[in-house]
Design a protein around this ligand. Structure first.
Ligand SMILES: NC(=O)c1ccc[n+]([C@@H]2O[C@H](COP(=O)([O-])OP(=O)(O)OC[C@H]3O[C@@H](n4cnc5c(N)ncnc54)[C@H](O)[C@@H]3O)[C@@H](O)[C@H]2O)c1
Length: 256
């Protein structure tokens, strides 16, 4: 699918980091974008800068997501592209240092935002896309890109909730692509390594430097624009479907 001024996209987590980079990349080609995020101030400001719209959406709340889709479609029509970047990165060990088991509510919260939030948005987008007119000669109607993590494969100490949420995104990629294949809707996931976004920029400088040094090549943190470039390539390359792409400079995370 080519990105033109008739292309429409929804980007969750679009107010920051990887989602913001995708929004900027697509808007630069004239696409109409709607950002879903909890951060209203930043989301509104970026949406107006890019000539798009914003909806305050909590991705883990199905009613809030439905409201967001209504807002987006009223502003720009049915979306061709759905990029799910909303997520949180938090840590807790299976048993803490005082011998207490991992808090179940904390686990549910991470799964709720990262995995069910992705499911909520991807499934709503899919329902709209399958009913839309095709936009390519192949009969393509839409592209859904979800954000996993290398933690889905090499989760570190303290990442049982985060790694499970991201492994769930890996797990839904192929069956969702198969479900939607007859209608010309592709589903892909990107599993980033470590990217310099606000999620990571909050860590002490020496920790960031050490993380960057662990990447075989290039030995640095990823730039959000590199994530956006891959998302764009996935949109433009119709043979990419049902796959998870690691974008990580060959890092394989150590236990800690
Ligand atoms: N930065 C990295 O190194 C890295 C690595 C692997 C995976 N990821 C994943 O990439 C995605 C984007 O991360 P980022 O680094 O850009 O983080 P970020 O913190 O910069 O951006 C995440 C955005 O999601 C929004 N958000 C959080 N919870 C939400 C909710 N319930 N509803 C709606 N919006 C919500 C936040 O307000 C924020 O704007 C996340 O899913 C993260 O797990 C990031």
């Amino acid at each position: 699918m080519q990105i033109t001024d008739t292309t429409t996209a929804i980007i969750t987590g679009g107010a920051s980091g990887l989602g913001e980079a995708v929004a900027r990349n697509l808007a630069a080609s004239g696409a109409k974008i709607c950002l879903f995020d909890l951060n209203e101030e930043r989301g509104q400001a970026l949406a107006s800068e890019l000539g798009g719209s914003f909806a305050k959406v909590d991705v883990r709340d199905a009613a809030s997501v439905m409201q967001g889709f209504a807002t987006a479609r009223a502003a720009q029509g049915q979306e061709h592209i759905m990029v799910n970047c909303a997520g949180i990165g938090v840590a807790a060990k299976t048993v803490d240092r005082d011998g207490r088991p991992h808090d179940a509510a904390f686990y549910e919260r991470v799964i709720g935002i990262n995995l069910i939030g992705t499911f909520n948005c991807a499934s709503q987008a899919a329902a709209g896309m399958v009913a839309a007119d095709p936009v390519t000669e192949d009969g393509e109607r839409g592209v859904i890109i979800n954000t996993a993590s290398v933690a889905a494969f090499d989760g570190q100490i303290g990442q049982i909730a985060y790694a499970s949420s991201k492994a769930g995104i890996v797990g839904l990629t192929l069956p969702m692509a198969r479900d939607l294949s007859r209608k010309g809707v592709r589903v892909m996931a990107i599993a980033p390594g470590i990217f310099k976004t606000p999620m990571v920029a909050g860590l002490p400088e020496e920790v960031q430097a050490s993380l960057g040094a662990q990447v075989p090549f290039p030995s640095r943190l990823g730039h959000p624009v590199e994530y956006a470039n891959l998302a764009r390539h996935i949109i433009e390359n119709s043979m990419l479907n049902g796959e998870v792409i690691r974008l990580d400079g060959a890092i394989r995370m150590a236990p800690r």
